[in-house]
Design a protein around this ligand. Structure first.
Ligand code: NAI
Ligand code: MG
Length: 486
């Protein structure tokens, strides 16, 4: 008798024995529409790949316009018949339940995130997954307190929200989008990024287990064409997008005049500024974390370092020394500092920028190491000796590449730091409170950290100035994106 083929994939990750037993992955994922797994009408599936070894992890459905339409209809029905009618306290219970189920399955979520995205297990386990749970817990608390969030106003949900997310923090971005939308009483059609669909699909399983009414959250997978079908659908009331500034601009044009409410979280080229009185060892750790966290695939990465001239030599020396100790390797090994680049496309983009930097005459330093074979990897890289106008100083690279510039005066660094089309984040390192105050008031960025970097919390609003987008996510301000105020 022929053996029935198991649909469980066997993992060969000897380096993570504690985690492997808990993973349940199917070979193939359908669309999550109306609380059911639905085959894509085109019959087409695409591969989700582990960028650390280029192996296919699972096949994922490619949704087209008619699938998106089905998902929007399911979301509308759920909105009209259930979600807009049940009491806010009931809504809260479901959101709490999702948060608790995520916690119970935290290890599985972390391992799948690392497999699918190439990010190191230490970060998925200690940052991404706990923060994603916390977003659900935090917004569950707001669901029945909206009148306190917006005093003296009548608060109404928008209806059906279309949400499109990127590949750098797949589960966390899903949580940032879904939790406040649900708390405010909206229903959802969400599309994860094409290279990292799996944790959103696991979240769909969790949502089903939570008993959330069918159709309140729908997950459709696919590429930019699927995203565009969501953006252009007539019966969607709100679009929330996180991704590249280029696509953000397309979406802005497509939604203009349609009455759809829009929030955009786009790119960045954030300045990390070291003053000469800063605690230098701490600052160096902050620079390392600022640019190499998640392989530099971070919209608010501290990708432009500004060091005050009189401490520049020592800071650069300490930085190179610290870079030598970074371990580049298997994302599932808990000792790894730098995992795999998310995709071949992104590695090509990063390498293109490294070539441009060298061509522009900048000096490069890279962590001396043999890169792991068989996957998409990039050594931690820094550049010195560029001008303010060089391409690698101006454009978002979205990889482990840092540019270093020096400055003499505070006015000079403020001028240089603000000389970018972006305005997402910045970091300031100094011992003087007055300098922190001066710099943080004059830097044009939505989020500014002082003597720390890349710290996130669900209570704290996050978002950009200028071409980094508009609208805020997180905190009380994050609710505003999902309500009508009367
Ligand atoms: P992208 O902006 O194309 O992808 C983000 C999401 O938008 C994905 O889910 C994608 O399928 C979807 N999408 C693509 N085209 C669309 C369209 N026309 N309408 C609706 N949805 C659409 O980003 P990509 O190509 O993956 O990365 C390119 C560059 O963008 C990166 O090198 C990086 O610089 C930047 N980026 C910035 C992010 C951030 O958080 N700031 C996140 C991802 C990328
Ligand atoms: Mg993948």
């Amino acid at each position: 008798m022929a053996k029935k083929k198991s649909n469980q994939i066997k993992w060969d990750y000897a380096s993570a024995p504690e985690s492997t037993g808990h993973i349940q992955l199917k070979d193939r994922y359908d669309l999550f529409i109306g609380g059911k797994w639905v085959k894509p009408s085109s019959g087409k599936y695409f591969d989700s790949i582990n960028p650390a070894n280029k192996k296919v992890i699972a096949k994922v459905a490619h949704a087209n316009g008619s699938d998106v339409d089905k998902a929007v209809k399911a979301a509308r029905k759920a909105y009209d018949e259930i979600w807009s009618r049940i009491s806010p306290a009931e809504r809260a219970k479901y959101i709490y339940r999702i948060a608790r189920l995520m916690q119970e399955r935290a290890r599985e979520l972390a391992v799948i995130e690392s497999l699918d995205a190439g990010k190191v297990i230490r970060e998925s386990r200690d940052v991404d997954v706990p923060l994603a749970c916390n977003h659900f817990f935090y917004y569950a608390g707001w669901a029945d307190k909206l009148e306190y969030a917006f005093p003296n106003r009548r608060v109404e949900p928008l209806g059906v929200a279309g949400q499109i997310i990127p590949w750098n923090f797949p589960l966390l971005m899903a949580a940032w989008k879904i939790a406040p939308a649900l708390a405010a009483g909206n229903t959802i059609v969400l599309k994860p990024a094409e290279t990292t669909s799996l944790t959103a699909l696991k979240l769909a399983e969790i949502i089903k287990d939570s008993g959330l009414p069918d159709g309140v959250v729908n997950i459709v997978t696919g590429f930019g064409d699927t995203g565009a079908e969501i953006v252009n659908h007539k019966d969607i009331n709100k679009i929330a997008f996180t991704g590249s500034t280029a696509v953000g601009k397309i979406i802005q044009k497509a939604t203009a005049g349609t009455g759809k409410k829009l929030t955009l979280e786009l790119g960045g080229k954030s300045a990390n500024i070291i003053m000469d009185d800063a605690p230098l060892d701490q600052a160096v750790e902050g620079i390392i974390n600022g640019i190499f966290f998640n392989q530099g695939h971070v919209c608010c990465a501290g990708s432009r370092l500004f060091v005050q001239e009189n401490v520049a030599d020592i800071v650069i020396e300490k930085l190179k020394h610290r870079m030598k100790s970074l371990i580049i390797g298997d994302p599932l090994d808990k000792n790894t500092d730098i995992g795999a680049i998310n995709s071949k496309e992104q590695l090509d983009t990063i390498n293109k920028y490294i070539k441009i930097g060298l061509k522009e005459g900048a000096e490069m330093y890279q962590t001396p190491c043999d890169l792991p074979k068989g996957g998409y990897y990039c050594a931690p890289t820094l550049f010195t000796g560029m001008s303010q106008s060089s391409v690698i100083v101006q454009e978002e690279i979205f990889g482990p590449v840092l540019t270093i510039q020096t400055f003499r005066t505070v006015d000079e660094v403020i001028q240089k730091a603000n000389n970018t089309p972006y305005g997402l984040a910045a970091g300031v390192w100094t011992d003087k409170g007055s300098r922190i105050f001066n710099l943080t008031t004059k830097l044009k960025a939505g989020v500014i950290w002082a003597n720390t970097y890349n710290k996130f919390d669900p209570t704290s609003p996050f978002g950009g100035y200028k071409e980094s987008g508009y609208g805020r996510e997180g905190g009380l301000h994050g609710l505003e994106a999902y309500v009508k105020l009367k």
